[in-house]
Design a protein around this ligand. Structure first.
Ligand code: GLU
Length: 481
């Protein structure tokens, strides 16, 4: 067990594919605390090998929200450092070199199978009730066949040659040894046909080259750690120590997900949660300061923290508890801090400027502003005095349409006025509902009033998480969906 560690090198490795997730803040916090406690370094590495899903805007948002929390890093794409570049998309050539080493030592092999063949194999396995996985067809190719195929310009991937027998044991610093039968481990793709590495290859090569000593990540990665261990062995490298944190859960104990609870840090920031509340709350998800004290600062946590005190039970992301904790911290603010907080987080100049075009033609005197536009600042709305289901429509049919909208909004790639407008117009057309039967009720659900500013522009400003929260809240209160 790690009771003393000298100058550890830790990293957080977010994939910039969406809004900054509370789970990322939770993992960053524990990495940060361990680095600070033992005079080590924290590295931020952007894992953007999934080029289709990665967004530069998400990268910025991630850094911005971690900074808001007061968590900083010593090396990263923005601050530089001796082990850069810190963005995987800029390290493509490095991965190729390492994959070539595995190819020449026979630890990896090219796979020429088409997607069509791979899905046929999977279908057959499913039909026979077998676990699905690659059937290692290309691993069995003769040298001559392989050379011939390599000579043709067919696209191919590179796979890890997982040992055919035996088992792989990883060591988790909190759980002890965990054994995996090699038969259950797929010949993992390391390099995709477009030359991009997969998560597994890039993660291992980078953790090694960046001299990472401790990997603290969520427990959902445990099975990947077995593949990583095999990769470390294939390269002949010493693996870092692994610490898998218990994942955050919804109240029903399922893994925290945006389908049930808002998970974006920005949502909580806009809601008016103070950074110190969030840090204290996330710390409590995996660790306690003492049996009778739930309130502590980051500095106190660093001082008292011991890895062995991490509890493995499924921590529940309890919104009532978060609210209570925030109330405590709000009460502690001085008048200056209070004013600063409200100005920076609630009525920020940027937010007011983006509201300006929506509200400027709708006001005679300023006293109308707060009352008419409170839904831009509020959380849940009161629908009890509103008739939302349009006349002549069955509540069941209407609610199903709204549940469908909720899902569509989740998948919307770019959250902007234009995209929102197109999405809703297409959805309305698909449902064959009249405009007024669609847009007025949506407006009422999102803003709580029939005379609010233009709908798509308002939704763009309110943000994905709050818009989805209101739809979900409406459905929860008015239907069984
Ligand atoms: N890119 C992975 C993620 O987005 C990193 C997992 C790890 O820490 O290895 O969570």
């Amino acid at each position: 067990m790690l009771s003393t560690v000298s100058a550890p090198r830790l990293r957080i490795a977010p994939s910039p594919t969406g809004d900054p997730h509370v789970g990322l803040a939770y993992i960053t916090l524990f990495n940060y605390v361990l680095a600070k406690k033992f005079g080590g370094k924290l590295i931020l590495r952007i894992e953007d090998t999934d080029q289709e899903r990665s967004k530069a805007s998400s990268e910025e948002l991630i850094m911005e929200s971690l900074r808001w929390l007061g968590l900083s890093w010593d090396e990263g794409p923005d601050v530089g450092g001796p082990f850069g570049p810190y963005k995987q998309s800029e390290r493509k050539a490095i991965y190729r070199t390492y994959v070539d080493k595995l190819l020449s030592s026979g630890k990896a092999y090219p796979c020429f199978c088409s997607n069509a063949r791979l899905s046929e194999v999977r279908q057959e396995q499913r039909a026979k009730g077998l676990t699905t996985g690659y059937d290692r067809h290309c691993r069995a190719l003769k040298e001559g066949e392989r050379a011939a195929l390599l000579g043709q310009s067919t696209a191919y991937t590179i796979r890890l040659a997982v040992p055919l027998g035996g088992s792989t044991t990883i060591r988790d610093e909190l759980r002890g040894p965990i054994e995996f039968t090699n038969e259950m481990i797929d010949d993992q793709i390391l390099l995709k046909s477009d030359g991009m590495p997969t998560y597994h290859l890039a993660n291992v090569v980078d953790d090694h080259l960046m001299e990472i000593t401790h990997v603290i990540r969520a427990e959902e990665w445990i099975s990947s750690t077995a593949k990583h261990k095999l990769l470390y062995q294939a390269f002949g490298w010493q693996e870092p120590q692994f610490i898998h944190m218990p994942i955050l859960r919804n109240e029903d104990k399922s893994k925290i997900s945006k389908r049930k609870n808002p998970v974006s840090l920005n949502y909580y920031r806009r809601k008016g949660i103070l950074p110190k509340t969030m840090l204290n709350f996330l710390a409590l998800m995996g660790w306690s300061y003492s049996a009778d004290n739930e309130i502590f600062t980051l500095e106190q946590m660093i001082e008292k923290f011991q890895l062995r005190d991490i509890h493995l039970g499924g921590p529940v992301f309890d919104l009532v508890k978060l609210g209570r904790l925030n109330q405590h911290y709000l009460q502690q603010l001085s008048p200056d801090e209070f004013a600063e907080f409200v100005r920076a987080e609630i009525f920020s100049t940027d937010f007011l400027k983006s509201l300006h075009p929506l509200v400027k033609d709708r006001l005679e005197v300023f006293e109308q502003f707060v009352d008419r536009n409170s839904f831009f600042f509020n959380g849940a709305l009161d629908y009890s005095a509103l008739v939302i289901v349009p006349k002549g429509k069955e509540a069941g049919e209407f609610n199903e349409g709204m549940a469908e909208l909720l899902l569509l909004l989740d998948d919307l790639y770019l959250w902007s006025e234009a995209e929102l407008h197109t999405l809703m117009e297409n959805h309305r057309a698909k449902l064959s509902w009249k405009s007024k039967d669609y847009f007025m009720p949506v407006r009422l659900i999102i803003s709580g009033r029939p005379d609010s500013p233009p709908l798509a522009a308002s939704m763009a400003l309110i943000g994905r998480e709050m818009v989805r929260f209101r739809l979900r809240d409406y459905l929860k209160k008015n239907s069984h969906i």
